[in-house]
Design a protein around this ligand. Structure first.
Ligand code: ADP
Ligand code: ZN
Length: 726
């Protein structure tokens, strides 16, 4: 390079913005960057962290370019991860910069963790030995370096005692490297004795890890069959090979028990990754994953974007769980993206579930995935006996929601000093409040939704935008006092009914809006597992993966609830949720029972649950999807067009529809008002695009957006490839 030439090297840098492609920056003389380097660059008036991207490094006029300010002292983002970002951007029709943003969420981690000042014992002896000093010397025996406060704390003395010893040269100052966030897991720490079918499944997984190539295994086993135990064998195999492992869990913040179980097996906890992690911890985990110090991460879907140094296995536990879908900015399903990540990285992935998604079942039956099956519970634990209660024949008492049949079983369970769980997937007290005199219904002022009464808090709350108001005494429409009625049940109302029937039982409500947040929920879940409650009333969060040893009765208050919304995925979701929640019962040898309160006992979902014949359910569901050319037999995408006024939203949606090309394998449905036509004051319309399996959905939508009306005013367009509900 000629020193005084205006032409210098330049590099493409992907910045965490809705940018369609990397921006070009000048590389100052003497600075070394490689694709993947994390750099600080100016962006408008700000400085941001970006990633040096792939593509030709052009030579451009330096006078027009702003320079890279700094290259962080941080391992570069590897090629597999860069391809992954590009792939997701392409697939979800998102700006690559917005995908990169998910990867750059731990800014302080880009600088190395500082070494900290510590103290180390020298050969010098103190002039005088007091009790306190003796304790310090005993604690520091062994030659390890300590922090000043750490040593004082461990020895049970004040820091001034330490300072005194330091002044006499008994301790010298040394620098200590940052401590690992977790200890190294030991694959041989506590190897379990596996049952024959577990052994076969573990063998399949170990072979996949040994082959060191892309491969998907669906680990399909009833609740309590030992899936976790089995995939731990795959984790051990990957660790033995010197690879890092990612375990995705749908509700990591609530699965404290999982971390302990992992520790029992491997002698150390995995690193956690989720949004409730304190920022400092996030940064340390990010950095240590990048440097390879952390070997196993248990995380929420966002852990897919951690910069692993040598990732060699991903496990997606509860792979069917809707929590894996992100529906904000970049719309993606972490289960599907885990498969893509493994494909790019050339290593195996395990999808585990007692109730796999229809997609995964079809992939297995068509041979794209291998399938390992565990068909019975471990040891003497038996699946609960499952029955439906026909609510037309055994209706609850007036004003109640619990059938006498269910109440009687609860009574017996109490007498045996065992636990019951009542499941209702509705937070709050009642989903609708109305005035008995004039019929006024309380709706959200900015959403097309009713306000849900939360009686413990004395509020009416919108579950879509968070709007809340005090529950008034008088009707705002007709002014009549004390004639507002609650319609339908939420968990709080069921709790009221339970307390009325069983005043001496220890009853608790578990739902995500519990005061005290995640910490409190964790404690409550632990309390339930330890037998400190007799009757638990919970929303869907109690359905997930928890092990409650004393639980022998599960009652589903409204088994029909999820079937009513007309969504083609409703049957699958309801089947999964009901199987999971009834699966909380009977984890130990005791006899257990699951009761479904339903008005449609002949519905295929109820019949499948009661008969235990999940194969028949999947067969029927798969045949129906195939007939309707719905996923996974066809492709589907949703486009949500929202705006401040209904007219703007509808106008833009119609414009987009007109811009759609004629295609033989894709067609557009709508625009129609979206299922929730108003959220937070924004009116929403939806276009649905349905196509054949091999159709170029992305190309079709891209052209439609390019040829359609320009985005104007308050209009926003969001593309949802493979929507959850349709
Ligand atoms: P799943 O993940 O399929 O619901 P788990 O792996 O949680 O099942 O197993 C259920 C229970 O059985 C757990 O308490 C687990 O520790 C125990 N278990 C399963 N397999 C074994 C085994 N081979 N040896 C000892 N305990 C086991
Ligand atoms: Zn609202």
């Amino acid at each position: 390079m000629i020193e005084d030439s205006p032409f210098v090297a330049a590099a493409p840098v992907l910045v965490p913005m809705p940018a369609e492609r990397p921006y070009t920056y000048a590389v100052p003389p003497g600075m070394r960057v490689v694709p993947g380097s994390i750099v600080r660059v100016p962006l408008g008036p700000r400085q941001v962290a970006g990633i040096v991207w792939d593509g030709a490094v052009e030579t451009v006029d330096a006078r027009k370019l702003r320079p890279i300010e700094e290259v962080f002292d941080c391992p570069p983002i590897d090629k597999a991860m860069r391809r992954f970002v590009d792939w997701i951007a392409q697939y979800t029709l998102s700006a690559p910069g917005m995908v990169a943003r998910m990867l750059l969420r731990a800014p302080e981690a880009f600088d190395p963790e500082p070494w900290i000042e510590g103290l180390q014992r020298t050969l010098a002896e103190p002039d005088r030995l007091t009790d306190a000093r003796r304790r310090v010397l005993e604690t520091a025996e062994g030659g390890l370096a300590w922090t000043r406060s750490g040593l004082a704390h461990a020895a049970g003395v004040s820091s001034t005692v330490i300072d005194g010893l330091r002044a006499q040269g008994v301790f010298e100052t040394v620098m200590i490297p940052p401590r690992p966030v977790v200890a190294a897991p030991d694959p041989a720490h506590a190897v379990p004795e596996l049952m024959p079918d577990q052994k076969a499944a573990a063998q399949m997984l170990r072979a996949a890890v040994a082959a060191d190539a892309f491969n998907v295994t669906l680990l399909d086993g009833v609740t309590g069959s030992g899936k976790t135990e089995v995939y731990f064998e795959a984790v051990a195999a990957a660790l033995d090979k010197g690879r890092q492992v990612l375990i995705l869990l749908p509700e990591i913040a609530l699965t404290h028990a999982f971390l302990e179980r992992f520790q029992d097996r491997f002698g150390a906890k995995p690193a956690e990754w989720h949004s409730d992690l304190p920022p400092r911890m996030r940064e340390r985990v990010w950095r240590q994953v990048a440097e390879g110090g952390v070997r196993v991460v248990a995380g929420a879907r966002s852990a897919l974007f951690l910069p692993f140094k040598e990732l060699g296995l991903i496990v997606v536990d509860e792979e069917h769980d809707p929590a894996y879908k992100q529906e904000d900015r970049v719309f993606y399903n972490a289960r599907d993206m885990a498969v893509v990540r493994s494909h790019i990285g050339g290593f195996p992935v395990v999808l585990a579930s007692a109730t796999p998604s229809v997609e995964s079942r079809v992939n297995a039956s068509q041979g794209r995935y291998q399938r390992a099956v565990l068909s019975s519970r471990f040891a003497d634990a038996a699946l609960p006996d499952l029955k439906s209660i026909d609510m037309r024949r055994a209706p609850p008492a007036r004003g109640g929601f619990l059938s006498p049949v269910l109440l009687e079983q609860m009574q017996r369970t109490l007498e045996r000093q065992e636990q019951s769980l009542l499941f209702l997937n509705r937070r709050g007290y009642a989903p609708l409040t109305l005035c008995r005199v004039c019929g006024h219904r309380f709706g959200c002022p900015v959403c097309s939704a009713w306000l849900v009464e939360h009686r413990f808090r004395g509020q009416l709350v919108c579950h879509h935008c968070g709007h809340n108001e005090r529950r008034p005494e008088a009707c705002p429409e007709c002014g009549t006092l004390d004639h507002l009625v609650a319609c339908g049940p939420g968990v709080e109302r069921i709790a009221e009914e339970v307390v009325a029937h069983f005043p001496d039982a220890r009853t608790i409500v578990l739902s995500s809006d519990l005061l005290g947040g995640v910490r409190r929920l964790r404690l409550e879940l632990e309390a339930v597992a330890n037998g400190e409650a007799d009757i638990v009333i919970g929303t869907q969060l109690v359905a997930k993966g928890h092990n409650f040893p004393g639980m022998t009765l599960v009652g589903v208050v409204d088994a029909d609830l999820g079937l009513a919304n007309g969504d083609p995925r409703a049957a699958e979701r309801t089947f999964q949720l009901l199987s999971q929640v009834t699966g909380r019962a009977g984890r130990t040898g005791k006899k257990s029972l699951g009761l479904l309160q339903t008005y449609q006992p002949d519905h295929p979902v109820m019949r499948a649950i009661v008969s235990g014949d999940s194969e028949a359910f999947y067969e029927r569901e798969i045949a129906e999807r195939e007939r309707a050319a719905l996923p996974p037999f066809g492709r589907l995408a949703g486009i949500i067009i929202s705006a401040a006024t209904r007219g703007e939203a509808e106008g833009h949606a119609r414009g987009l529809r007109r811009a759609a090309a004629q295609a033989s394998d894709l067609f557009v449905l709508g625009p129609a008002e979206a299922p929730l036509s108003l959220i937070g004051g924004r009116h929403r319309f939806r276009l649905l695009i349905q196509g054949e399996r091999r159709a170029d959905m992305q190309g079709f939508i891209r052209a439609m957006l390019a040829n359609g009306p320009k985005l104007r005013g308050s209009v926003r367009v969001q593309v949802d490839i493979d929507p959850q509900s349709f």
